[in-house]
Ligand binder design. Sequence first.
Ligand code: ADP
Ligand code: F6P
Length: 321
Amino acid sequence: MIKKAIAVMTSGGDSPGMNAAARAVVRTALYEGVGVYGIHNGYQGMVDDDIEKLTSRSVSDLIQRGGTFLGTARCMEFKTPEGRKKAFDNLVKHGIEGLVIIGGDGSLTGGSLLSRETGLPIVGLPGTIDNDVWGMDYTIGCDTAANTIVDAINKLRDTASAHRRIILVEVMGRNSGWLAMMSGIAGGAEYILVPEVKFNVDTMCKELKEMYEKGKRYSIVVVAEGAGSAVEIGKEVEKKTGIDTRVSVLGYIQRGGSPSVQDRMRASMLGEKAALAIISGATNIVFGFNEGRVVGVNLFDAVNNKRTLNPELVRLSRVLA
Ligand code: ADP
Ligand code: F6P
């Protein structure tokens, strides 16, 4: 049992809902009579001792805000054993007995090493828009990000239809096609290019040209950044089809925005779960959602396995095109 204090941090690419999760961790810990510290700027803050005692008021007016009030960062020093030792010593100095990490697979990997090297109790929450954490089919922020992308696709449809164009939309996901697949299917895209599935640009161009010649007014192609550059692929598409082609790289707009109801609800439930688990003495668990229910996944399993794309969705995206 933890009686004195825990800490919470956000790390890696920010995502809408991180604030809701951190807010739930803080308020649950305080409700249980356990102190809670906020680590600013991810592992960089842990290394630099940028650690602040939080109160219930520290997380006021946050649930509706994207980003993360704690800040996040990429920290190369933490990738070294010396950096992790320095970080751990800072936690000990504050009397912190357990740590909740809200981040993607990289951040959770860092947490698994910290746990193994120091024995510090660690519980993770999947804070990333990529939806690519093993053992679960949802990550905090993926719903808001997918809705942002679909809103952009809806707008791009108008101009693509007006000009009878093909428009390629490049979306985030680093090395995973999940976000592209979700938003591509929801956005009614004709093609969805993902790193997990080999594609042939010549075949795609042939099919796009045939659809156009049969009267299709415009096409939308969603390109996951891990599958390639939409700008380069767009040049090939225009050359091989002869159809006016444009490209929109959505970039960082996908990471912002007020979190959706689903992200707020699920982030709040996961934040409470993580706080109660770490206080009760649990460790090396990542809490997430799978098939609509909260699941606990072993931290080392989560970081040592890659979440694969559901082939059913790949098939569906071709059938509905
Ligand atoms: P995300 O958590 O969104 O995947 P990153 O992959 O950038 O984001 O990881 C965020 C931070 O986690 C890194 O800047 C680094 O401090 C830490 N981290 C990532 N991978 C490792 C690793 N293999 N070993 C130690 N720390 C890591
Ligand atoms: O991991 C989340 C993510 O948004 C990826 O989808 C994207 O490729 C990456 O972060 C961008 O990283 P940065 O914010 O460091 O440019």
